[in-house]
Design a protein around this ligand. Structure first.
Ligand code: Q5B
Ligand code: MG
Length: 302
């Protein structure tokens, strides 16, 4: 069984657009974020907050729904929490996270609201976007600041802006070099804290080929999923993060030969001329758990 919920795609919907809020969850994303931060103009912050509150209270959704609040250092952050937590989002996405203290502060506020509202303690989770060098330096502190933490993400556009460069497109050879170190460090912090790592959005909706290359790169780096901005990006991202038939077949064979080896009291065996030992077994188990969670593999055990 996969310990965490599958989050191959985490799709944003602007909080001031009622049509997007109503439909965002029907396109098959694993997770959806109603945004009251950067997709909402300052003049619309109050009305977006109200729309998101009513959407959460009145609509039923087929996937988990998070809310991206404004940072708590802005004039709107604490009001976002006070107004939106009673509508019980599945999680709060804090943008531009920079320290563990911020997460502890938010955790305490959530705890009080859960008590007041009679929600199950610990049921509202936290996901944090790292969007600056300071946030990156404190990535592990942030990732481990609360048992509510489910994932850290990179906000690539803001991160590149804070480096005084731009987010380029493509893989490590053709672009995307400016985020390479930050992406890896975010995966390291997430893994050390035992939570998920989510990559940034890809803004060019027409360029499907480069999107797929970018998803292949971040999957290789260890990310569990990717933020996105448009329904037509969902299947392309899922295609890369969902184990293929070939990967499933190989994982099954790895587990089968390893079982054989263990029956012979050995911790190592060859499959098609390649050594198979414990790290390959762990990877194979993860491939099958992901495949089961994605609904493309039903068998329990091997
Ligand atoms: C980009 C565009 C305007 C294009 O619109 P278009 O209308 O041209 O798109 P079309 O494809 O024509 O739409 C076809 C049909 O799908 C519907 N539809 C489209 N998008 C939908 C959606 N998201 N949810 C539900 N429904 C959707 C649409 O309503 C239509 O429905 P219908 O009319 O019924 O046919 C639109 O997608 C959109 O607004 N995206 C969300 C933008 C957003 O939230 N940005 C903030 C988060 S990033 C950020 O902040 C950076 C970051 O912080 C990130 C990090 O932290 O990772 C960092 O620093 O990097
Ligand atoms: Mg951002």
């Amino acid at each position: 069984m996969l310990k965490e919920r599958l989050r191959r795609t985490v799709m944003y919907a602007a909080g001031n657009n009622p049509g997007l809020l109503q439909n965002a969850a029907i396109y098959g994303a694993d997770s959806v974020i109603f945004d009251v931060e950067d997709s909402v103009a300052v003049s619309e912050k109050d009305s977006a907050r109200e729309l998101v509150y009513h959407a959460l209270k009145k609509l039923k959704f087929p996937c988990e729904i998070g809310v991206r609040i404004n940072h708590i250092s802005t004039p709107w952050g604490y009001d976002d929490l006070e107004y939106l937590l009673p509508a019980k989002p599945d999680y709060i996405r804090l943008p531009k996270g920079e320290s563990g203290e911020e997460i502890k502060d938010i955790d305490n506020i959530i705890t009080k609201v859960e008590e007041q509202q009679g929600f199950e303690p610990g049921s509202i989770k936290i996901m944090v976007s790292i969007e600056s060098p300071k946030g990156l330096r404190n990535a592990y502190e942030i990732a481990s600041a609360s048992p509510r933490m489910i994932a850290i993400a990179i906000g690539g556009e803001d991160f590149a802006a804070s480096l005084k460069t731009e987010k380029t497109k493509g893989n490590i050879f053709t672009g995307g070099r400016e985020l390479f170190v930050a992406r890896s460090m975010i995966v390291f912090a997430a893994r050390e804290a035992g939570i998920q790592a989510i990559d940034s959005v890809f803004s060019d909706l027409r360029d499907e080929e480069t999107l797929i290359n970018e998803v292949m790169l971040v999957k290789e780096l260890g990310f569990d999923g990717k933020s996105c901005v448009n329904p037509r990006q969902i299947d392309l991202i899922h295609q890369v993060f969902t184990p293929s038939e070939k990967e499933i077949d190989y994982a099954q064979r790895v587990l089968a030969v390893f079982e054989e080896a263990q029956a012979k009291n050995s911790g190592v065996i060859a499959l098609n001329g390649k050594m198979i030992d414990m790290p390959m077994v762990i990877r194979a188990e993860r491939v099958l758990a992901n495949a089961r969670a994605a609904g493309v593999y039903q068998k329990e055990g091997i």
